[in-house]
Design a protein around this ligand. Structure first.
Ligand code: ADE
Length: 271
């Protein structure tokens, strides 16, 4: 039974301590490779690939079919609307990827994830856990679903990116890939930026400003221009707490706050 099929036991801080993966290989199985290809040509994907920190291969599920029509889906047993993705091409695609890997260790570390609205809701915690694995296979579901044997006997986990239904798992796979690869050391311009992200600390991110110092009469808070690092750090932390309280108060219960910060949060909550 895969780790994503049950609640993860690693705590947030444990994960942060053990993250040190040097490069990640992501293989994406899809019926619509061209949809994904265009996203790889820019932004964080391009940068991570160019720096050889991430390898992304897109596989067309139809390439693993054997009939002349390249049939990847079929009618559901028992009737019902829509088509279901067949198991054989998906199993064969995963087996072909595994056969290409020379290190047995890597196969053991691999996570095989089905993107589906029935999966566990993606969170920063899950992205962190996935970034511990140096090889991910992301399977994009389509049509009415995927043959249950893929769920039962192939995948190690299932992920949903939200409580809504997309036409397929492609966009969800790219969301997962983006959330994971930005955690690979060296992918972001500044290694310091990922730990401050919204959710990375268990809080939403504090407000950010850049030049000019005054725009249309709206000034950047004085503390940010003070050059006093300790004051700035305190302000960032307080603002993150305030913002989380205003927008996602339920996150505060689980956030790692000092007793002073907890008092501040309680005071703000009561006022
Ligand atoms: N496929 C369709 N909807 C999805 C969702 N919400 N998350 C992941 N994969 C999906």
């Amino acid at each position: 039974m895969g780790w994503l099929k049950k609640k993860p036991r690693m705590t947030f801080s444990t994960v942060l301590i053990c993250v040190r993966i040097e490069s990640v290989q992501i293989d994406i199985l899809t019926l619509f490779p061209q949809m994904l290809q265009s996203l790889l040509s820019g932004g964080i994907f391009r940068r991570a690939i160019d720096r050889k920190l991430v390898g992304i291969n897109i596989h067309n599920i139809r390439d693993y079919t054997h009939d002349k029509h390249h049939t990847a889906d079929d009618y559901p047993y028992g009737g019902g609307a829509g088509m279901v993705l067949k198991p054989e091409p998906i199993f064969e695609a995963v087996e072909a990827i595994k056969a290409d890997i020379s290190h047995k260790q890597e196969v053991n570390m691999m996570q095989i994830i089905l993107l589906t609205p029935q999966g566990r809701l993606l969170s920063q915690q899950i992205a962190l856990e996935l970034s511990q694995h140096n090889h991910l296979i992301l399977i994009c579901g389509h049509y009415e679903g995927v043959d249950e044997r893929v769920r039962e006997h192939l995948v190690t986990g299932e992920i949903s990116i939200g409580d809504y239904v997309l036409s397929g798992g492609e966009l969800a796979a790219m969301v997962v890939a983006d959330a994971v690869i930005r955690l690979v050391p060296g992918v972001l311009g500044s290694e310091a930026s990922a730990p401050d992200d919204s959710h990375a600390t268990g809080l939403l991110e504090y407000p950010q400003y850049t030049r000019p110092p005054v725009y249309r009469g709206w000034a950047v808070p004085e503390v940010l221009r003070s050059g006093n690092h300790a004051r700035v750090a305190k302000w960032h932390r307080e603002q993150a707490i305030i913002r989380t309280l205003e927008r996602r108060p339920e996150l505060l219960d689980k956030a790692n706050l000092s007793s002073e910060e907890r008092q501040l949060a309680d005071r703000l909550q009561q006022s």
